[in-house]
Design a protein around this ligand. Structure first.
Ligand code: PEP
Length: 258
């Protein structure tokens, strides 16, 4: 089987000013060090607000931390008259490894559709940044039993025309909207059903070898008490963690699921 190093990524959302971000990263680094976290075995990343990224970069560089960091969004445009937007080039200058694209909160509150999501995936790759493509169904879709077809349609839309060498690098996060920030975590079987279907779709769109190397994460109310059972599923390669990533000790416990 392909080597898929698990990725535990914390999405801070719109929380923490740059002072608080420094404090959290320091505490997280100490806690992971105390726990003898093996970064080669489980990658750990934080997705910080734009205004925190420079501080996180300085800390990571100064202390030679193995922690990765990224942004929660980027502009689909290269540069120019797009007031308030942040480009892939700007993020690349700050040394980000990852950027979340298509988070359900972007889709819901900013009307980001498949075309925008696809353009943002391309913009990230254009600057050497790995997109964490977020997909997943709302409660109505889940109740109707259409979670797989709904989520695969989002995958199809975002990956449309994406070259294989980029698709091989992408990270996909299955995040059922009804589980995000609600405390209602998907069962490990729910997570496996859709993560497995995403991998099967990658095999159809590209090939089995490529699909076997892509990391597919689960996100939605992940905590230290439920992460191990979810990570035990064969097609789940990590977690995108919102609320629980704001507590460095809890996030370190989540990162050490194994
Ligand atoms: C998220 O924001 O991507 C998320 C999964 O949030 P939470 O862990 O709080 O449900």
């Amino acid at each position: 089987m392909a080597d898929r190093t698990p990725l535990m990524a914390g999405n801070w959302k719109m929380n923490l000013d740059h002072h608080q971000a420094i404090s959290l990263v320091q505490k997280l680094a100490w806690t992971l060090k105390d726990a003898k976290h093996d970064f080669a075995a489980v990658e750990v990343a934080v997705l910080a607000p734009f205004t925190d990224l420079r501080s996180v970069q300085t800390l990571v560089d100064a202390d030679k931390l193995e922690l990765r960091y990224g942004a929660q969004d980027l502009s689909a445009h290269e540069s120019g008259a797009y007031t308030g937007e942040i480009s892939g080039a700007m993020l690349a200058k700050l040394g980000v490894t990852y950027v979340a694209v298509g988070h359900s909160e972007r889709r819901e509150y900013h009307g980001e559709d498949e075309a925008v999501t696809k353009a943002k995936v391309a913009a990230a790759f254009a600057h050497g940044i790995t997109p964490i493509l977020c997909v997943g169904e709302g409660l109505d879709v889940r109740k109707a039993g259409d979670q797989v077809s709904h989520t695969l349609a989002q995958v199809d839309g975002a990956l449309d025309g994406l070259p294989a060498e980029q698709a091989a690098q992408i990270v996909i996060a299955y995040e059922p909207v009804w589980a995000i920030g609600t405390g209602e975590v998907a069962t490990p079987e729910d997570a496996q059903e859709v993560c497995g279907a995403i991998r099967a779709r990658l095999a159809e769109l590209y090939d089995a070898e490529l699909a076997g190397g892509v990391r597919v994460l689960y996100g939605g109310s992940v905590k230290s008490g439920n992460v191990a059972a979810i990570m035990d599923k064969p097609d789940v390669d990590g977690a995108l963690v919102g609320g629980a990533s704001l507590d460095p000790e809890e996030f370190a416990r989540i990162a050490g699921f194994s």
